[in-house]
Design a protein around this ligand. Sequence first.
Ligand code: AQP
Length: 334
Amino acid sequence: MEASEARKTLFSGIQPSGSITLGNYIGALRNFVLLSEQYDCLFCVVDLHALTVRQDPAALRRNTLSLAALYIAAGLDPEKNLIYCQSHVPEHAELAWILNCFTYMGELSRMTQFKDKSARHQDNINAGLFTYPSLMAADILLYQTHLVPVGADQKQHLELTRDIATRMNGLYPGLFVVPEPYIPKTSARIMSLSEPTRKMSKSDAEDSYIAVLDPPDVIRRKFRRAVTDSETEIRFDPENKPGVSNLLSILAALDAITPEEEAAKLQGLQYGALKEAASEAVIAALSPIQERYQALMGDKQYIQDILKANAERAHYLAQKTLRKVYKKLGLYQL
Ligand code: AQP
């Protein structure tokens, strides 16, 4: 990535907290690829965020390398985009501490992700889960980011990031670029296949999500078992028909039309046909990525070399912002 005056900066990340899902792909990864030509991009494997929920160390290491390979397999050129791992650039954690001192308990308490995850992990409601949004704000503000492509579930965290940046700019003018979110207009929240009123998540039960690396027979089986409803009409109506609407959203995202148009195309057919159409569209979208992924994973050293070189470049950029922040806040500089 060449530093350029004209191009704006884009930052985003995905947690290596499991095998990434079709939700992560449609809500985030695929937009990374679409936007990557127009921006100077940083795509981070946000491993420190993953620690807010207990991780098996071996699985976390595996998922980290796998996610870096998937970024590339999905179409992100590692020569043109900074693909790196969050824990390799210590400035993320350092800036998070500073931002924690400018973020209010009340703001963090209102975050729906904190409420959801603390309800699901009652035995481990740790401080990191609570301050997750400050670390996310640090990830973004560290690179003076203009645009952040995310799924709809991250909208609230992005708004908090903007509030923190604006607050700190009020105290220390010119400190941060205030970032804009990029959230797809449709299909920005893919729902669980088994519980379609909840979002699809990689840390939920296996049958509730399609993993980007699922083979075709597994994808077909999971769609066949997807929860629909007791009616027969294919109609886009997320409130009353969440399961059917979710399948339409998935199909629509991959066909680049609206879910309503998708429903019109399938008028008069049965749910089985909708499930089959969704399976085949997903298989067609994921197969080329899976092929490239398998090839990349055959040369792990290549991925490691990319992570290392790009972390050094990210570290250089991060240092610039962190030094500026320390200086403006009055931390004694040698
Ligand atoms: N179901 C979804 N639909 C659309 N977008 C989604 N994203 C996640 N789930 C969906 C988007 O994917 C990006 C990376 O997400 P993340 O891994 O950083 O964290 P998350 O949002 O908490 O995703 P998961 O899959 O639910 O992870 P776990 O289970 O570990 O919590 C983000 O841009 C997110 O919006």
